[in-house]
Design a protein around this ligand. Structure first.
Ligand code: HAM
Length: 433
């Protein structure tokens, strides 16, 4: 058989990278705890219909979709939001609101593989269900900032927009939902002329086209100035004005909370997913041209899945991309360095004693490896040095008779005979050998 390779777009994570991924996941779990989000575990396979309903063309066409052996049309999840919305529309429908739900896991999209774009990737996903208040939107932005900061990232930029402004203009002009979605898809891809042409062809007024043209030109980091200009541009469209005011409140809450988030508002910003109805945002760092996170408000999805009308807002953080950004910014992991130990029996008769000592140390929460290659002490020590372990416990007949072992500090290159009952405190640094 020829040597196997990973399938295109799939990756192996070797220990160094797996460590960073797990580090980011642990930070996400911590943020979930700090903000009161409960973790749920969702299936990788869902009904195609559920996932496709509001995915937007880009995600829909890239789903790993197939018929299972029972003839059901299913797909590997390309995102978490439809699954969480399904849960809230069904099993959790009677739960008191707000519901704060968090999940972590792998997602699948048949994207063209390139730096930061993979066919299997990981997200930490936060959904806040049941509130239409702007402080809920502010919370989602703030927790995203907390996660990025906890990962040690710097120079973050939050790009913020509001789909309600665009939809407010288009719906007052009588455009159908489907056409609205198509216009937003064009705007998402920055194909502005195609968007304006579609609006004209759908019978919208010149005033509407002008308002949209103004909106797509409005962007910048003086967010409240931009917001005022947005309001002026859509003044004849009541719902759109309401949406601008909603965005203003959200951003006021964020800035008044004391969070120093670097934001830019883009009035013509749209995201690929079709379920958004309100504020939307993405997070960037200068070192990467892809978003580290994306989210927004979607007030109609739970109802669409047969649940009660439930407003909702959420975000997904791309763990792979956060890792990439950390590597580019040379972020150091703030992990407590644990002392690592290897136990080496001098000969075969002492193997069970070595296993016993290892077990005793692990019971005291000390990471321990046992020499299992049958090597001589010198070879086993060389290997422990190469792998930067901290201590070696050498189990020999002579010391054992005295209830002791040789404890070698591999960093300081010195060794002492230590009573077995004293090893734990010595390794933990509470007693000197
Ligand atoms: P999304 O923008 O499609 O939103 O994905 C969120 C994040 O997942 C992206 O910003 C990116 O970091 C990461 N991501 C997406 N596709 C890939 C890929 N092919 N390779 C690597 N990373 C990727 C959603 O998924 C929405 N469900 C977010 C949301 C939650 N909205 C409301 N609630």
């Amino acid at each position: 058989m020829s040597a196997f390779k990973t399938v295109r777009g799939m990756r192996d994570f070797l220990p160094e990278e797996a460590k960073i991924m797990k580090y980011i996941e642990s930070k996400a779990r911590k943020i979930a705890e700090l903000y009161g989000y409960q973790e749920i575990i969702m299936p990788v396979v869902e009904s195609y219909e559920l996932l496709a309903a509001k995915a937007g063309e880009e995600v829909r066409l890239r789903m790993y979709a197939f018929k299972d052996l029972g003839g059901r049309m299913v797909a590997l999840r390309p995102e978490f939001t439809p699954s969480v919305a399904r849960l809230v529309a069904t099993t959790l429908k009677n739960e008191p609101k707000p519901l704060r739900l968090f999940c972590l896991g792998s997602l699948y999209r048949y994207d063209e593989p390139q730096r930061g774009r993979y066919r299997e990737f990981w997200q930490s996903n936060f959904e806040l269900m049941g509130s239409s208040e702007p402080e809920a939107d502010a919370e989602i932005i703030m927790l995203t900032n907390s996660l990025m900061e906890a990962a040690g990232l710097e120079n973050l930029v939050f790009k913020v927009g509001h789909v309600g402004v665009l939809r407010g203009v288009l719906s007052q002009e009588g455009l159908e939902d489907k056409t609205e979605n198509e216009v937003l898809q064009f705007l998402d891809k920055k194909q502005y002329d195609d968007a304006f042409r579609l609006v004209e062809d759908a019978g919208a007024s010149q005033k509407c086209v002008k308002a949209l043209q103004k909106l797509v030109g409005l962007k910048g980091s003086k967010v409240f100035e931009i917001i005022n200009k947005m309001k002026e541009s859509v003044k004849d469209y009541e719902k759109a004005v309401g949406a601008v005011e909603n965005l203003q409140k959200i951003l006021m809450f964020v800035s008044e909370s004391g969070c120093e988030i670097n934001m830019t508002v883009e009035a013509g910003f749209a995201r690929g997913l079709e379920y958004y109805t309100g504020m939307i945002f993405e997070v960037y760092v200068p070192e990467l041209d892809v978003a580290l996170a994306g989210g927004g408000r979607y007030d109609k999805l739970i109802e669409l899945f047969g649940g009660e009308s439930t407003p909702a807002v959420g975000v997904a953080h791309g763990i792979d991309r956060i890792m990439l950004a950390m590597q580019r910014q040379k972020t150091r992991l703030k992990a407590k360095e644990e002392k690592k130990v290897v136990v080496i029996p001098i000969d075969d008769d002492l193997k069970s004693e070595a296993l016993k000592i290892a077990r005793m140390l692990r019971d005291a929460d000390i990471p321990v490896e046992v020499e299992v290659m049958g090597r001589k002490v010198s070879k086993a020590l060389e290997d422990a040095d190469r792998r930067k372990l901290n201590y070696a416990i050498i189990v020999g007949e002579k010391e054992l008779k005295e209830g002791a072992v040789v404890l070698r500090n591999l960093t300081k290159r010195e060794q002492n005979t230590v009573k077995i009952e004293k090893i734990i405190e010595t390794v933990k640094g509470k007693s000197r050998p």
